[in-house]
Design a protein around this ligand. Structure first.
Ligand code: FAD
Length: 610
């Protein structure tokens, strides 16, 4: 029987639901489907089972097969691990929805709140291989046929949200749009933890929960969490989306992916000479739109009249009154035109939600990172487990595509924590384990995470190659028990800045202070550090009594790193966020991790000795 069989209108509705291209349509067709099949979506515990039973349609069955496979993983204990838990998730961005799916598979009741009514972000996200595998396993291709076809490894934010929204709804997650979370309301009388919402009378205000997950994106930090910021040199990003008409001509144009271009000096020199546009990097993805993201130099933005007046403060500099939109459009257009060799015909801007050309300029000089990923509050004997996931946990450096990759890793880690919580493990242990895993997040790369993507689950051991779940002990998170004046515990994990800006100065500093040491030639942040000797030399330069350089061997990299890390931790309090063995064995040192680590070292040695 086909989808338009009049006997089975639910088949046609299911197809419309699967293909829906806006948040509103998804919700509409979903409601219709529930009505036709006479299933109450609030009946979250039996919703998916009933749906499977009543929608006897081959297309739906192909999807159930995928979802069933995921749901059958032992970690979820047949959906019984968290049957007593009620979870409120703030934000229906990709990470909020991804964690909601995992929580519902664990058997928890899950409510998601989203302040926006529509999913409108055209910007395109880079996907690491494991995220592609993860999304395929959730049926991404059934919802979006073009999903990662051929060598494509990206997706627009809105398409990703649509896929995850559909999966969430099918699994019984309650998603409310157009409702803003404004804070937590402490338990009183018989009532447990609830949320203060706008509009006030929203039915979700009555929802009582014992788990609160913030996936509010960007700089959204709920009470109880502290952010660290690492300020680099001014970094101005521009994103631009152009209409993709999907012509053969457009299909021919090559994408520009990753950071390789950063090193292609000739390209940038030619761009500057021919157009006056001066960029540090540029990425181009062909997706629903032709999407470009670039880091522009302030001087050229001033020269081209994009920024009207120079200010040292980035907020003033990029304030709408100080930006000439027309000039910005030309700047983005010309950069896109030049970098695709003029081969994209008729570059016309796609429109943003407000109907304007979809071009944005933003400042990513400061990168934020939460000091801790989890937190427990207790009032009137009622405990609330809180966690951050996605951009509000660790702000990503967009051109590297860490937003979704690290965002999903944190979503899985958080689900694993909720599972432990649901299983009644003491909360200090739950927190300590979560923070132990969190320490690894900023160093993750596609290279140093497990390649066995099919085996990825919410269990951290399936994903991180070397994870010590008790790296942080319960007694280190003990002060979180001050539950009426909750102050977050301080883990001295360093703040994240993945901006490359400022690293030249750091490189010079490293060169100056390692000059003359045997077998040490610092030329970059990767190869030059492989033997571990350069790091030891830096320590020796500043604290010669702490290290005997003559006893070190260039070929014992693991030993050298181990020694350097333990001295830096003991003497200067810098936590070794990279494993010595990993560094010694990996074919490539992660530049960002190294820059960040060395920034800490520089800072510590530059401050007066204690
Ligand atoms: P987000 O996707 O930001 O989702 C957070 C959600 O929470 C939002 O939908 C927001 O409306 C909602 N929310 C916030 N506060 C509240 C509240 N109080 N109540 C209810 N809901 C709330 N990454 C790239 O790699 N390339 C890009 O070009 C790029 N462009 C971006 C453009 C914009 C405008 C934004 C906001 C982000 C962009 N990012 C980009 C980052 C990328 O979108 C994120 O890394 C990714 O979406 C994962 O983020 P997330 O789910 O943690 O948060």
């Amino acid at each position: 029987k086909g989808p338009f069989d009049p006997v089975n209108p639910s088949h046609a509705t299911f197809d419309l639901f699967v293909q829906a291209q806006s948040c509103k349509d998804v919700k509409h067709h979903f409601a219709e489907l529930c009505k036709q099949l006479d299933i109450n979506p609030k009946d979250f515990r039996s919703f998916y089972g009933k749906l499977k039973e009543r929608l006897n349609y081959w297309k739906a069955k192909a999807l159930w097969a995928k979802l069933d496979k995921r749901a059958s993983h032992a970690d979820y204990q047949q959906g019984k691990a968290c049957t007593k838990n009620k979870c409120l998730v703030l934000g229906a961005g990709p990470c909020g929805l991804r964690v909601a799916i995992e929580l519902s598979l664990l058997g928890a009741q899950v409510v998601v709140l989203e302040k926006r009514e529509a999913f409108t972000r055209n910007n395109v996200l880079h996907l690491w291989p494991y995220t592609i595998c993860d999304l395929r396993a959730l049926g991404a291709k059934k919802f979006y046929g073009k999903f990662c076809t051929g060598s494509l490894d990206h997706i627009s934010i809105r398409q990703l949200q649509l896929i995850l929204l559909k999966v969430s709804l099918l699994l019984g997650v309650e998603v409310h749009t157009g409702v803003e979370f404004q804070g937590l309301i402490e338990p009183s009388g018989d009532s447990g933890w609830t949320a203060n919402l706008q509009p006030r009378s929203h039915p979700a205000s009555a929802f009582q929960f014992d788990v609160f997950i913030s996936a509010g994106g960007g700089r959204f930090v709920p009470d109880g969490f502290k952010h660290k910021e690492l300020r680099g040199k001014l970094a101005i990003g521009i994103t631009a989306n152009f209409i993709n008409r999907n012509t053969a001509e457009e299909a021919q144009v090559a994408e520009i992916s990753g950071v390789a271009r950063i090193y292609n000096q000739k390209f940038f020199q030619d761009l500057l000479a021919q157009t006056g546009i001066d960029l540090e990097n540029i990425v181009y993805y062909k997706d629903d739109t032709h999407y470009f993201v670039m880091t522009a130099k302030k001087k050229s933005l001033l020269k081209k009249g994009v920024i009207k007046q120079d200010y040292s403060n980035a907020d003033e500099l990029l304030a709408p009154v100080n930006v000439d939109r027309e000039a910005l459009h030309s700047y983005a257009h010309d950069a896109a035109h030049f970098s695709t060799g003029g081969k994209l015909p008729d570059l016309q801007f796609a429109r943003s939600q407000s109907g304007q050309p979809d071009v944005a300029m933003f400042d990513f000089t400061c990168m934020h990172r939460a000091e801790n990923a989890s937190f427990v509050k207790e009032r009137r004997g009622k405990k609330l487990l809180m966690a951050l996931v996605g951009d509000c946990l660790v702000e990503p450096f967009w051109p590297l595509g860490t937003g979704i990759a690290r965002g999903f890793l944190a979503a899985f880690d958080t689900a694993w924590m909720v599972r432990s919580w649901g299983m009644g493990i003491p909360h200090l242990k739950v927190l300590a384990e979560r923070e132990s895993v969190y320490q690894l997040l900023s160093q993750t790369t596609p290279e140093n995470t497990s390649k066995n993507y099919a085996a990825y689950s919410i269990d951290p051991k399936t994903r991180y190659q070397r994870v010590n779940l008790s790296a942080i002990h319960s007694n280190q998170v003990r002060n979180v028990r001050d539950l009426s004046h909750s102050c977050p515990f301080d883990l001295s994990v360093f703040a994240l800045s993945e901006s490359f800006s400022g690293s030249e100065e750091l490189l010079k500093w490293c060169q100056n202070h390692t000059a003359g040491y045997a077998n040490v030639h610092v030329k970059d942040f990767t190869h030059s550090w492989r033997s571990g000797l350069a790091l030891c030399a830096l320590i020796h330069h500043f604290r010669s009594h702490l290290i005997d350089m003559s006893a070190l061997d260039e070929s014992s990299a693991a030993h050298n790193f181990h020694l350097a890390f333990s001295i830096l931790e003991k003497e200067l309090g810098i936590q070794p966020v990279m494993s010595a063995a990993d560094l010694a064995n990996s074919s490539e040192i992660d530049k960002l991790s190294m820059v960040l680590y060395l920034t800490q070292v520089q800072k510590a040695f530059s401050s007066p000795a204690k």
